[in-house]
Write a protein that binds this ligand. Sequence first.
Ligand code: P5A
Length: 442
Amino acid sequence: MRLSRFFLPILKENPKEAEIVSHRLMLRAGMIKQQSAGIYTWLPLGKRVLDKVNAIIREEQNRSGAIELLMPTLQSAELWQESGRYDAYGKEMLRIKDRQDRPMLYGPTNEEMITDVFRSFVKSYKDLPLNLYHIQLKFRDEIRPRFGTMRSREFLMKDAYSFDLDREGAEHAYNRMFAAYLRTFSRMGLRAIPMRADTGPIGGNLSHEFIILADTGESEVFCHKDFLDFDIPAEDTDFDDVAGLRAIFDKWTSRYAATSEMHDAAAFEAVPEEERVSARGIEVGHIFYFGTKYSEAMGAKVQGPDGKEHIVHMGSYGIGPTRLVPAIIEASHDENGIVWPKAVAPFEAIVVNMKAGDAACDAACETIYAALAKAGVDTLYDDTDERAGAKFATADLIGAPVQVIAGPRAVGNGEVEIKDRKTGARETLTIEAAINRLTAAD
Ligand code: P5A
């Protein structure tokens, strides 16, 4: 992508409304624009990151055996009357009437709708286990939307829903998602710690929130420091291996970890003082087992191997992609801007032409840009006629992991400079060596 043809509305001033660094950087880097309270446009740079986050989520959901579909954002109130949540959900639910005066709502979550999909088609235990997910916009009329897309009213959610014949099957489904979540967040450069949590309006009595430790987090959390070193499940994890997945779950729940709502001060104090972590955290995912809460109310049952009807056991599993983007920034930035982990970077590299219009600089940059494009390295080429200082500031702000800097002096020697955004380390290489470095497989 050539910057001269891209849409990157960078802000020069620090936005006053932003209280935390991720919100400030997302506005300054031209990633998002607020449209009304808690409702955002994702501008092209932000959309690129969001797409990469979603791609990782999708890969790990698919790997774990979940199947993607897409449900509508607008739902009929009738479904929610069946489960009893239409009245229970309260003011967070945006209620709308259509032209026939039928009550509708903008979905805050989809347990009812997926249960309706399930009961329409699935009649036999032979079709189980089943886990269906989508990545879809939700609306919750939060009383205090804040911190940009961290807590917004309209937000993206990956929500998965599992169906099993019995509790044992449902536990395996829960463990699948548990392991898939550990992998998902780790691939984004985050260490998410599963913590026992309150189930709130979703219901049931078993749930884990996946929490990233961050000073700006909204939740107060307590855990054992061992969580910082536990191994992440490997790429070749067998998601059908019941005992293997249970072992992962057991390991990752073997130490104290709880959010403030579930905190047991006495149990926490039993942990040796130097091993206690008491911090703030960002909830990036939340998984639930709620048994037959929805299936019972809505008549979702299958014929079992015994020929009898069984109410299915269900769980639901959420990740917030539009919250993950600022969470990644909270975890990875410096005073000059964002430092993207490669896996979610909007561009893997940026080529900075320090003197656009200079024939040698232009030629060097074009050669590098073409070679990187050919090798499939997602590159932004700053071909604008801004002054070099402003270009360096932009490159640092938007945080591509590698910068290729082409100035007249170096180019005169057939060389360019490579700068690592994270460490700031610089190296001068020939143009050919720079291309080889950037296109080498990791
Ligand atoms: C699980 C999937 C549920 O809604 N039903 C379907 C269950 N869980 S949850 O914890 O309420 O939400 C799941 C994740 O969505 C993100 N999230 C938000 N992101 C941005 N702004 C919000 N206002 C917001 N509310 C929830 C979180 O990542 C949460 O873990």
